[in-house]
Structure formats: structure tokens, C-alpha cells
Design a protein around this ligand. Structure first.
Ligand code: ADQ
Length: 509
């Protein structure tokens, strides 16, 4: 089929996003933050991430439920249930909690999810623990989630499951007789086959993935890796179609596999950057760092984010280009995450040692090379750092997407910022022409990229940032939700707008 024929079909096909079906979202965590004061009084706040922003209106419009773990400890079950019931009305959709015991948190969440799948899917095999008790707990909790979902659904609801904590959920739902249409979105990468096959439960996980009606990946690279694993481990799969959504038939079951790069509410970030509060904070930041350019890193504490590698690159830049001393300050913000996993403590110590070594080596009167913050920032603080920084450096060793890169560009309303971006972030597939792409393991190339960014002309900065912002505005979080739902309900294959501009290095197939 040529382009013209495909376009005609696209125009003829009626767009069905399943508006008539209620939506049931399932994710490991509910989209709320629950906290208990010293006087044992609970407060509930709605989460502020992009996923909640995008899905909440759809849930409210269609009616629906969000199923997930409230993030609380074993003893708080009753109180949390009562609290959430009270909040269902004000939120506009239902929150259905799945409570976890301490041992489940240990083995399913910290264990199989975060010490097996997370490192394996980020190609970091040395970080993986393959413990049978982790797998057992993963199955038990997926079954528990399935029971909670079954309790809440009607026959016609569309169930949309999120991420690596809940891959096996579909198998339990089908065993329980649930016939609803079910979609799955993988927020993290899918690894190459030689890495995937190290997993002792590779057949079980792949079997579950093949049971979905629609599976969404962040990039073509992830879908390609998945397809190669399917071809390697599964007998006679029939793969047809080309473009954003393809189809994989096995026995009589058809799975659609699509590419849906997740994004942010780009307008919200742009508008936030225009508020007087953020403008004031940005102005103060410039005042505090007179005559200096700011290089910004913002990450969750995680070994996939490449923070030590980035610090070494900055050190190399300082050693190689002494003219940058006193002229370029590196602001690295790290948000605490997964605190009780040993690897994360060790990483924090490594980062802090490097920061202090670099500051010890280069600090001079009136200039400290690295400002390091280990805490969560408010939305307006984050926005003012994004607005103030002349350069953002986003260099994960591997990342499903990376929203920080998109948030930085969306906030850059003056269009004068420069983005240094890892080839191995999912974002690189969309942003290769506007960003300076680097291999995060290449200290010298990263240092050169920093130097290039500092000296880039205003005209080139504008041209690059415009491209980046245009792309992010066009393929925002609302596009992501719509194209996923449209793909789940359309009878057509591959006719959705394919996000152009993929990086041949990371997305060659
Ligand atoms: P994460 O690994 O959490 O997400 P990322 O996409 O970068 O990674 O999102 C991090 C979020 O945390 C951003 O929205 C950022 O603003 C926020 N954040 C980071 N540091 C912060 C700080 N100090 N204070 C406040 N907020 C901070 C996973 C996958 C990614 C994928 C997303 C969405 O690993 O690859 O992009 O899901 O699918």
C-alpha cells in the first residue's frame, strides 16, 4: 500500500476512541499522595504528574476508576479505605485501593519490580537479582490486583494497565473469566533479546504480554526489541503491518503493538514559566549567579540516569577548558527515590563524593562549580530552574522516554536554551535534530558537547529550540492518550500519525 492509499484509508476510517466505554486505569500506585500528620490526621493530595493530568479529564468525562496501591503501610487499610471513599466524589472518578503487606512491598515492589525487571529492562544485568521468592510475590500481587479489577469492572469497560509492575495481571484477569478489551503501556524500555532471555521467567512474561489486545511502547526501538524476542521465543508468530501500530497473530489471538512516545502538558509548562512567581524566582537565580551560565541536571536518584558519568564529563570539561571556570555553574538536582534499596544508597554516596571532589578541585573566590540539591522541588521552583538554565544536560544510560528533557524545552519560552541529550533516552528518537546528542559513556564527547553548548550562537540556539518545542507541542500528553485509545478501538492498522524524525542510531528498524 502506498502513502496515498494509506492516507485515504485514514481519512475514511471513523475515529473511535471508545468514548462509550468506561475507563479503568490500573497502575502500581494510585495517583494520590497520602500523608499522616504527627497527630495521626490524614491528608490526601492528587498527584501532579503528567499521567494524572492527562487521564483525569478522560476518567471524569467517561466515568471510570483508577486501581492501585495507595503507598501506605500494612496497618492503615481501614482508615485509607474510608478516606478514599470520601474523596471519590470530589475527584470525579473512583479510586480503588489495593493494599500490600510489608512482605509484598519487599518482594513484589522492591524485589521483582525494582531489582529484577527495572535493571534488566534498562540493560543493566549486573544490577539484577533473580530470586524465586521475588517472582512468587510478583505473581501473588498481580493476582491480588486482578481480583480488585474484577470487582470494579462492568462488561463493557476498557482496562488500561500501566507499566512493568503489572505485566502478569492480564493472565489472571483472563483466568478469572474477564473478557474486556485490555491495553498495556510499558513506560520503560524493552531490552534487546540477548538481555531479555537472561530472565528465568522469560516465557511467562512474554506469554502475558501477548495476551493483551494492545501494547504500547515508547519508541520503535523498544517495539523492535519486543518483536525480535517474540520471533525468538514463540512458535510461528504472524507479524503484519507497518507504521505506528502493527499486528502480531499467534494461534488465533491478535495483539496490536504500537509506538506511543509519552509526553507532557506542554502548554501548562509554558504558562507556568510566564507566571510572575516563576519570573521572579528566575530573576533571583540570575542575580545569584552573576555573569555565569547555568548547566542544569534534574533527575530522580537512579543508576539509569547517568549522574556520576555526567559529573565526570563536567569535571573533564573543567580540566580541558579552563576558560569555563567562573563562567559555567552546574546545578544538579536529585529527587530522593527508592530509599531503602542498597544500590540507591551507594549511588547517592558516589554522587556526593564526586560533587565534593570536583568542588574541591575547582572552587575559587566567589565561584562554586557545582550546586547540588538532594530534594524534591515544587512545580514553580522546578519551572524557574528550567527557565533560568542556559543549558540542560539529560544523559541517562538508558531511559524509556525522559520527561525532564521535554519539560525543559516546554518551559523555555525565550527559546534560547540548549539541550544536551543522551542517545539512549527514548526522547532522542523525537528530538535528534534540535538537541546535541551524546553517548553518556563518552566522557570526552560529553565535555565537548558542554563546551559547544556554551558557545552556540543565539541564532542556532533559537532554531534548535524552536524545532524541539514545536515537536513537543504537537505530540503532547493529550495526543498520547488519544492515539492510544484510538488505536485500541480502531479497526484500521498502522494509519495513525507516525512521529517523524527518529534517530537512526536508536531506532533503525
Ligand atoms: P522516571 O524514571 O521517573 O519515569 P522521567 O520521565 O524523567 O523519569 O520523569 C521524572 C519526573 O520527575 C519529571 O516529571 C520531573 O519533573 C520530576 N522530577 C525529577 N526531579 C525532580 C525534583 N528534584 N523535584 C521535583 N520533581 C522532579 C518513568 C520512565 C521514563 C518515562 C516516564 C513516563 O523511567 O523513561 O519518561 O516513566 O513514561
Amino acid at each position: 500500500m502506498n502513502h496515498l492509499e494509506r492516507d485515504e484509508i485514514t481519512m475514511e476510517a471513523s475515529v473511535d476512541r471508545g468514548e462509550h466505554h468506561n475507563l479503568v486505569i490500573v497502575s502500581n500506585r494510585l495517583p494520590i499522595v497520602l500523608s499522616k500528620s504527627r497527630k495521626q490526621k490524614w491528608t490526601v493530595n492528587l498527584g501532579s504528574g503528567g499521567l494524572v493530568t492527562a487521564l483525569a479529564p478522560v476518567l471524569r468525562d467517561r466515568g471510570g476508576t483508577w486501581v492501585g496501591w495507595p503507598g501506605t503501610a500494612e496497618g492503615d487499610t481501614q482508615e485509607v479505605n474510608t478516606l478514599l471513599q470520601k474523596h471519590n466524589k470530589s475527584i470525579g472518578y473512583k479510586l480503588k485501593p489495593v493494599h500490600l503487606t510489608n512482605s509484598e512491598i519487599e518482594n513484589y515492589y522492591k524485589g521483582f519490580s525494582n531489582e529484577t525487571i527495572w535493571p534488566l529492562f534498562h540493560d543493566l544485568i549486573d544490577h539484577c537479582k533473580f530470586k524465586p521468592e521475588y517472582w512468587e510475590a510478583y505473581q501473588k500481587v498481580n493476582k491480588k490486583f486482578a481480583a480488585a479489577v474484577k470487582e470494579t469492572i462492568n462488561d463493557d469497560d476498557f482496562i488500561w494497565i500501566h507499566d512493568y509492575h503489572l505485566i502478569s495481571l492480564i493472565s489472571y484477569l483472563r483466568k478469572m473469566g474477564v473478557k474486556n478489551k485490555i491495553g498495556f503501556f510499558l513506560h520503560i524500555p524493552f531490552p534487546p533479546t540477548d538481555i531479555y532471555t537472561r530472565l528465568p521467567w522469560r516465557e511467562e512474561i512474554l506469554d502475558s504480554l501477548l495476551e493483551y489486545d494492545l501494547i504500547g511502547f515508547q519508541t520503535p526501538r523498544d517495539r523492535r526489541n519486543f518483536i525480535i524476542s517474540v520471533r525468538t521465543l514463540v512458535d510461528d508468530p504472524e507479524i503484519t503491518g507497518k507504521g505506528q501500530v502493527i499486528s502480531i497473530k499467534r494461534k488465533s489471538k491478535v495483539l496490536r503493538a504500537g509506538v506511543f512516545p509519552i509526553s507532557i502538558d506542554a502548554n501548562e509548562f509554558a504558562n507556568l514559566a510566564k507566571t510572575p512567581e516563576v519570573r521572579d524566582k528566575t530573576w533571583y537565580l540570575h542575580e545569584n549567579f552573576p555573569d555565569q551560565k547555568l548547566l542544569l541536571g534534574v533527575d530522580r536518584l537512579d543508576y539509569t540516569k547517568g549522574i556520576p558519568e555526567r559529573l565526570r564529563a563536567y569535571r573533564h570539561a573543567m580540566r580541558t577548558y579552563p576558560e569555563l571556570h567562573g563562567k559555567l555553574t552546574f546545578v544538579q538536582v536529585v529527587v530522593p527515590s527508592r530509599r531503602d534499596i542498597y544500590k540507591y544508597d551507594a549511588l547517592k554516596m558516589e554522587i556526593e563524593r564526586l560533587v565534593s571532589e570536583i568542588n574541591g578541585e575547582f572552587s575559587a573566590d566567589g565561584w562554586v562549580p557545582i550546586h547540588y540539591m538532594y530534594r524534591s522541588l515544587s512545580r514553580s521552583e522546578l519551572s524557574s530552574y528550567y527557565s533560568a538554565a542556559e543549558i540542560a544536560i539529560v544523559t541517562p544510560l538508558k531511559d524509556g522516554m525522559n520527561l525532564v528533557a521535554k519539560e525543559y524545552c516546554a518551559s523555555n519560552i525565550e527559546e534560547q536554551g540548549v539541550l544536551i541529550l543522551s542517545e539512549f533516552a527514548g526522547t532522542a528518537a523525537q528530538m535528534k535534530t534540535g538537541a546535541i546528542l551524546v553517548n553518556p559513556h563518552d566522557t570526552v564527547a560529553c565535555a565537548e558537547a558542554i563546551f559547544q553548548a556554551v558557545h552556540m550562537s543565539a541564532e542556532e540556539r533559537k532554531t534548535r529550540m524552536r524545532k524541539l518545542r514545536r515537536n513537543i507541542r504537537r505530540y503532547d500528553i493529550f495526543w498520547w492518550v488519544e492515539s492510544f485509545l484510538e488505536s485500541a478501538f480502531s479497526t484500521d492498522l498502522g494509519s495513525f500519525p507516525v512521529v517523524a524524525d527518529y534517530n537512526p542510531l536508536t531506532d533503525s528498524g
